[in-house]
Design a protein around this ligand. Structure first.
Ligand SMILES: Nc1ncnc2c1ncn2[C@@H]1O[C@H](COP(=O)(O)OP(=O)(O)OP(=O)(O)O)[C@@H](O)[C@H]1O
Length: 204
């Protein structure tokens, strides 16, 4: 993980389905920030996260990651980022352990089991994800946040399907991450009680 990271967005213009989602959007965030993207349903929150992650391209604007211009080549940012999209993003035919070994091949068995215990998934370790509940499957996807050492987390509705304990666990994990120099950008319709948020509004 980088000791210090920053993301600077300048004059971003995102169009989707021939509709402008934002135009002239500028903001700058850095290590230690938990940034919440605000906007109504359909405003473009997921699209903005996808643009930052490099899944979509903006029409105009500039994206700097830790001072490096990544507008045309998001590779340096992607090397240091985890993007968890709206969809669950796990392989349903693979077991819980197989999924996590796929995404985090270098993780030790003891670390894997420790994280699965924290997330309440230890009894499901050899169960195919397709046989899990929605909340359990979400926990499998989120386990990557415990197993990786990436600085920038781009999280689209990460609290979806989680119960009260799951929300608290994830809030705690996000807090720990930013205290260690991480940078988190997320979308959520959930009230977050324990996290100090910086809000970025998606207004045209
Ligand atoms: N695959 C797509 N192709 C074309 N337009 C799309 C596509 N996905 C989304 N859109 C449009 O882009 C706009 C923004 O969608 P987006 O999912 O970014 O919004 P959002 O703010 O994340 O919404 P929500 O709060 O409902 O998740 C919407 O008007 C939607 O119709």
């Amino acid at each position: 993980m980088q000791s210090s990271a920053s993301l600077t967005i300048s004059d971003l213009w995102i169009e989707r389905g021939e509709r402008d989602l934002c135009k002239g959007l500028s903001f700058s965030v850095q290590s230690g920030d938990v940034v919440r993207i605000l906007g109504e349903n359909g405003a473009g929150k997921s699209s903005l996260l996808k643009v930052i992650a490099g899944v979509l391209s903006p029409l105009e604007g500039q994206i700097l990651y830790s001072g490096e211009d990544v507008t045309l080549d998001r590779n340096p940012l992607q090397q240091d980022a985890i993007y968890l999209g709206h969809s669950i993003g796990v392989k349903s035919l693979l077991t819980v352990a197989e999924n996590l070994r796929w995404y985090c091949p270098d993780v030790s068995t003891s670390m894997l089991y420790s994280v699965l215990t924290q997330l309440g998934l230890i009894d499901q370790v050899d169960v195919p994800v397709k046989k899990l509940s929605a909340g359990q499957a979400r926990r499998v996807a989120l386990a990557r946040l415990w197993l990786n050492k990436k600085t920038l987390w781009l999280l689209d509705e990460p609290f979806a399907s989680l119960d009260v304990r799951g929300v608290a666990l994830l809030e705690e994990r996000i807090q720990q991450h930013v205290l260690l120099g991480g940078l988190v950008i997320l979308t959520t319709h959930q009230d977050l009680l324990s996290i100090a948020l910086r809000d970025v509004a998606l207004l045209l």
